[in-house]
Ligand binder design. Structure first.
Ligand SMILES: [Zn+2]
Length: 285
């Protein structure tokens, strides 16, 4: 079964419906957004950009793509796919949004498993980085790609069944707005032991922080319905993979020069993955 194209988008400037007109999406007030050569749409208005090239850079996205393509995080991709497969049970069609999709590795893997269940799927990757969305479209041209912010998701109210937020920046009010009654937010966040080998090389003192608190997302209608720690050990990583790992994580900016030098000497060491998957579900129907 093929992936389906998006049919409804909102103008990021006035929130009116956009209509597709050839290679452009246009609203009633004549705000226009061109479809890129790779097929994604940039819906980040210039006035909402904090920098000319917001989000992950071309180099960060390439590092992430190469690292993930090696299969090092496959246990996490599998766990996410099986969590979402369970949520999707009984559905014949489904709209899924990856809010902060990066270069699309997790979304694509989730889609592969859902398509094998014979579900008609509209899958959308959204990221503030144009390089991320472009890379996501190259990974799988059938995924819908939106350059936009989680603070203002250009999709209609109650249009999505499942929203994935992997190592991302959740904006729960927006997430809840775009989800249908009975919808689910699937979060993946680092646990205390995540990449402990990398962090031990970078920092003098390593903090084992608990995963981010999701209690701000919970209320009478939205409850934590599933929580699962995914723990795994990668194959021994090459020096190039340690470099990719450093570039794709926030540690690149936090590391001192000495810390980065220590990472540059790492190789043939396996690293620990420790990720908490949580599902926050809407109780209504
Ligand atoms: Zn408009």
């Amino acid at each position: 079964m093929p992936l389906l194209p998006l049919t409804h988008l909102l103008c990021p400037i006035d929130q009116s419906e956009l209509q597709q007109d050839g290679n452009t999406w246009r609203c009633q007030n004549n705000h226009c957004f061109d479809i890129a050569k790779q097929g994604h749409v940039n819906l980040l208005p210039v006035q909402n950009k904090k920098s000319l090239d917001p989000g992950d850079s071309k180099e960060m996205i390439a590092a992430r793509r190469d690292f993930l393509n090696s299969g090092a995080y496959q246990p996490l991709a599998q766990a996410l796919a099986s969590t979402i497969e369970t949520l999707a049970q009984g559905n014949h069609q489904l709209a899924i949004l990856d809010a902060g999709c990066g270069e699309g590795y997790y979304l694509n893997s989730v889609c592969e498993s859902l398509l094998a269940q014979d579900i008609a799927l509209t899958a959308t990757g959204l990221d503030i980085s144009k390089w991320a969305v472009r890379s996501c479209k190259i990974r799988n041209p059938q995924l819908n790609g939106l350059v936009a912010s989680n603070r203002q998701i250009p999709l209609p109210d109650q249009s999505q069944d499942i929203l994935l937020c992997t190592f991302g920046f959740p904006v729960y009010s927006e997430f809840k707005r775009v989800l249908k009654p009975g919808g689910h937010i699937v979060m993946a966040d680092p646990g205390p032991e995540h990449l402990i080998e990398l962090r031990s090389a970078i920092y003098e003192t390593v903090r084992r922080n608990p995963p981010t608190d999701v209690s701000a997302a919970l209320d009478a209608n939205w409850q934590l319905s599933h929580s699962q720690a995914v723990q795994f050990t990668t194959e021994p990583l090459t020096a190039a993979q340690f470099e990719q790992l450093l570039v794709m994580t926030p540690h690149l900016y936090r590391a001192s020069r000495e810390g980065r030098d220590r990472v540059a000497k790492l190789q043939d060491i396996a690293v620990t993955g420790d990720v908490l998957i949580r599902v926050i579900s809407h109780l209504g129907n």
